[in-house]
Write a protein that binds this ligand. Structure first.
Ligand code: PEP
Ligand code: MN
Length: 340
């Protein structure tokens, strides 16, 4: 449940609420705004919620108590109605801040990664991506450079002054990724790997949580809640397409799902048009549609030579196409921001 303190409630009154929560064995999360403090109480079971809410609403300094009967609460928009900004390094994602993550699908060679990093940085991307541990559908496909890939990514990030992100597929990779990168990606295939989510959350690093391609928006938000229960609210959600009957695109980009999720959660949501569509020809139109539709950022695959890529070449933009798209994104974003 969420305890909204009255404007000007004293520290003692806030502490009084915390003491009461502690006495009942509940956890809490405090959000101290300029005007008022909001306390999220964690651990009340559904049966006692209404009763406890009524009791807490009597305490001095409490304006109101909202019992949340949803299966996600820390990530619920009720908690921060205006949305939150989440950072990857210095890059910001959230209201008023459109973040762009770009880079190759997979780290292949030092030259490939450096060329990609140089190009996406020059075009204005904020975060460098590149897969080191790759979840490939076939075990015979290139699985990534693994630890060597992490080293190259960290090197490229340093050289071009960009924070980096890469995917961790299992708990043993979490620490390695957390040491090398500013953000940990949880891929679509692992969205419901709850131990992995907890392990990733516990590092305190920013987590980019991709939507499982057979997961509902509610399941996606509950997965984010798993991360939030570790006390880490540095979470960015990423819509990357879901499976549908139509094979005209690789997946079906669910922009309505993105917009619907934004109504439910305060967390920033970005869109990955590369994996969603599977073709570079649709990356620009879907990027612009996502930004126009309120996405807080994008994740775009860029390869210096898509025709030589070892993975996802057909959906990768050339540096030149990416630079043009970045300019279009800035224009669309400006219009949306000016009329927010
Ligand atoms: C990726 O971004 O490298 C990736 C594998 O994406 P997804 O988990 O969305 O398939
Ligand atoms: Mn890819």
């Amino acid at each position: 449940m969420i305890i909204v303190m009255a404007p000007g409630a004293s520290e003692k009154q806030v502490q009084g609420v915390l003491d009461r929560l502690e006495a009942r064995g509940y956890g809490h999360h405090i959000s101290a705004g300029v005007e008022r403090t909001i306390i999220g109480a964690i651990g009340a079971n559904e049966r006692e919620k209404q009763q406890v809410a009524e009791q807490l609403s009597q305490l001095p300094g409490v304006e109101r108590v909202v019992p949340i009967l949803k299966s996600f609460k820390m990530v619920s928009r009720d908690h921060h109605p205006n949305g939150t900004i989440v950072k990857i390094g210095e890059a910001e994602f959230g209201p008023g801040h459109l973040g762009v993550i770009a880079g190759p699908c997979t780290v292949e060679t030092e030259k490939q990664l450096m060329d990609a990093a140089k190009a996406v940085k020059a075009a204005g991307a904020h975060v460098l991506r590149g897969g080191a541990f790759k979840p490939r559908s076939s075990p015979y496909d290139f699985q990534g450079l693994r630890e060597e890939g992490l080293e190259l990514l960290a090197k490229a990030g340093k050289e071009f002054g960009m924070p980096t992100i890469t995917e961790a597929m299992e708990p043993r990779q979490i620490e390695l990724v957390a040491q090398a990168c500013e953000a940990i990606q949880i891929g679509a295939r692992n969205m419901s790997n709850f131990d992995l989510l907890r392990e990733a959350g516990a590092t305190g690093r920013t987590i980019v949580l991709k939507r499982g391609f057979a997961s509902t928006v509610e399941e996606w938000l509950k997965a984010a809640e798993y991360i939030a229960t570790t006390g880490n609210l540095n979470i960015i959600l990423c819509e990357r397409g879901i499976r549908s009957f139509d094979t005209v695109t690789r997946f079906t980009l669910d922009l309505a799902g993105m917009a619907a999720a934004k109504l439910e959660t305060h967390l920033p949501i970005i869109v990955d048009p590369s994996h969603a569509t599977g073709t570079h020809k649709l990356v620009a139109p879907m990027s612009l549609a996502a930004v126009a539709g309120g996405a807080d950022g994008l994740m775009i695959e860029v390869h210096p030579h898509p025709d030589q890529a070892r993975c996802d070449g057909p959906q990768s933009l050339t540096p030149k196409r990416f630079a043009v798209l970045m300019e279009q994104i800035r224009q669309v974003s400006k219009v949306i921001e000016a009329n927010r």
